[in-house]
Structures are given as structure tokens and as C-alpha cells.
Design a binder for this molecule. Structure first.
Ligand code: FE2
Ligand code: FE2
Length: 168
């Protein structure tokens, strides 16, 4: 594999790990504020982001590259309220999309077809990730009183993941 492609994929794997750490901070912020539904939702995001990092690292290993795993910055853990949390999630996802697109461009330039195909999965995944995080911002904006926020907290799984699972 070409060096630039390896570096681009390693960088993206580190982005995914940063996203995981960020959702972990958001999960505990939510827990402290008694938003148990959001806490559970963000913990699921932690697991998903770890899986994303794992997909890239496994791909590198399959191509005989021992990946360099970069240091992960300490994530943001202070938010004025749930709306700031939602906006931060949206910003994170947008930044992640930009990172994936940059990695894809590197793979295109290098004519690295396997990396391009692997990244196709991430490109469509990011469409979903931006969709739920955008919806999260809208839903939190619409919940203008404490009652509406606690109702959203109870139904956040269903709202954002379409799952029947709800927090109790
Ligand atoms: Fe991701
Ligand atoms: Fe994500």
C-alpha cells in the first residue's frame, strides 16, 4: 500500500476513536444530568465508533500493514445544556464526514481500489450519522420545556435509531 493511503486511513481511524471518546464524555454528561435515555444512546455511539475504527484497522492488517494508532485528544465534556450536546454531536459527525472524504480522495489519487471500496461503506454510513445528529438538534430545539425534554429522553432511542427499545 502507498504511504499516503496508509497515513490517511490511520488518521481516520484515530478520528473514529476520538468520536468514541467524545460520545463517552457525552454519555456521562447525560448521566449526571439525569438524562438516562441519552446516556444509553451515547454509549451505543461509543460502541459504533469503536467498530468504525476497528473496520479501518482490520482492513490495514488484512493488507499486511501494522497500523500506527495515533494519540486521541481529550474530548470536550462541558456543555451548557442538551442543545449544546446535540450540536456538538452534529459537528463531530460533520468533521468525521470531511475526514472520510479526504481519505477517499487520497485513495482515488493513489488508485487504491480496495481502499476506495472499503471507504464506500463509510461514505454512506456518514449520511445516516449526519441524519440522526441533525434530527437530534431539531428534536432538542423543539423540546422547549423540562417535560418535553424528559419525554424526549425516554424516547430518544426510538426517535433516532428507529428501535422499539426505550429506556426506563
Ligand atoms: Fe464513525
Ligand atoms: Fe459517527
Amino acid at each position: 500500500m502507498e504511504k499516503e493511503v496508509i497515513a490517511a486511513l490511520e488518521k481516520q481511524a484515530t478520528h473514529e476513536l476520538f468520536a468514541a471518546q467524545s460520545y463517552l464524555a457525552m454519555a456521562y454528561w447525560s448521566e449526571v444530568r439525569q438524562y438516562s435515555g441519552f446516556a444509553k444512546f451515547f454509549h451505543l455511539q461509543v460502541a459504533e465508533e469503536h467498530e468504525h475504527a476497528g473496520k479501518i484497522l482490520k482492513f490495514l492488517a488484512d493488507r499486511d500493514v501494522v497500523p500506527t494508532i495515533g494519540p486521541v485528544e481529550s474530548p470536550r465534556n462541558t456543555f451548557a445544556g442538551l442543545l449544546e450536546v446535540a450540536r456538538w454531536a452534529y459537528d463531530l459527525e460533520r468533521a468525521n464526514t470531511a475526514g472520510i472524504h479526504a481519505a477517499y480522495e487520497t485513495a482515488l489519487r493513489a488508485k487504491d481500489y480496495p481502499s476506495q471500496v472499503m471507504l464506500h461503506w463509510f461514505i454512506s454510513e456518514q449520511v445516516e450519522e449526519e441524519a440522526w445528529s441533525d434530527k437530534l438538534v431539531v428534536k432538542v430545539q423543539e423540546a422547549t420545556c423540562a417535560g418535553a425534554l424528559s419525554s424526549l429522553d425516554r424516547h430518544v432511542m426510538k426517535e433516532l435509531r428507529g428501535s422499539e427499545e426505550e429506556s426506563d
